[in-house]
Design a protein around this ligand. Structure first.
Ligand SMILES: C[S@@+](CC[C@H](N)C(=O)[O-])C[C@H]1O[C@@H](n2cnc3c(N)ncnc32)[C@H](O)[C@@H]1O
Length: 221
């Protein structure tokens, strides 16, 4: 299995206009959905700079923040404390989550669990299953094989995984990619409540990159 490598957040400024400081559109839907389902114990797996932890914390969820990057944990904590929000913080690797079985009602993994290889992905999915309660839900994204990066001539780690070779916070971080069939197969043990593909367009150098992700909402049976 490839060695895990988090993002280098030290090179990302704390700018409130930055995408990583503003909650994703999906998180507003999840906030309302999970409130209405009486979900309370929330894990922000791969919390980054904390944009989703803060949103759910402001709305009364009991928030646990987890990331492999110490910088990510520190910056999430600093932001939360500036708003008098009290969260649990743990630094570690998603391949071995430091939580008891059945700890969480809801988990968000927004652009996180693809940062491994095929073997690692199976391990992470096992960990998600273990720490979720029965009927607990997890929303996650997976890089799609339709995306520009999968078509780049980057080093292959295995048939589904490449090393990102763009300078920046995720330089040489592994990226695992799926197609629809593989996405469904991986989450066989869960109920798949929803699966859809999203495309974002990013201007890069002299072209526009099409970035495709599968988004899944899964439930532990
Ligand atoms: C693209 S960022 C997303 C951050 C956050 N989920 C958000 O949406 O703002 C990916 C995050 O996953 C973390 N990460 C990558 N590999 C990890 C691993 N093996 N275990 C835990 N966190 C990891 C990175 O350090 C980074 O903070």
């Amino acid at each position: 299995m490839i060695k895990s490598q988090g993002w280098d957040w030290k090179i990302v400024k704390d700018d409130f206009k930055c995408v990583w400081k503003n909650p994703s559109m999906e998180s507003f839907y999840l906030l309302n959905r999970w409130k209405s389902l009486d979900k309370n114990d929330f894990l922000d797996l791969g919390c980054g700079l904390g944009r989703h932890s803060i949103l759910l914390g402001r709305n009364g969820f009991n928030v646990s923040c987890f990331d492999i990057s110490e910088e990510a944990i520190n910056r999430t904590k600093e932001w939360a404390e500036s708003e008098d929000l009290v969260f649990d913080y743990k630094q570690g690797d998603m391949l071995n989550l430091p939580y008891e079985d059945n700890s969480f009602d809801c988990i968000l993994c927004m652009n996180v669990i693809s940062h491994t290889d095929t073997e690692g992905m199976k391990k992470v999915i096992g960990e998600l299953y273990r720490v979720l309660r029965k009927d607990g839900e997890c929303y996650l994204t997976l890089g799609s094989k339709d995306t520009w990066g999968y078509k780049e001539n980057w080093p292959m780690v295995d048939e589904n995984t490449k090393l990102m070779m763009v300078e920046g916070p995720e330089y040489k971080v592994p990226h695992f990619y799926v197609d629809y069939e593989l996405a469904k197969e991986l989450f066989f043990d869960f109920e798949i409540v929803d699966i859809h593909q999203v495309v974002n367009y990013y201007p890069h150098e002299d072209k526009v990159n099409e970035s495709y992700h599968y988004h899944l909402l899964i439930k532990k049976r």
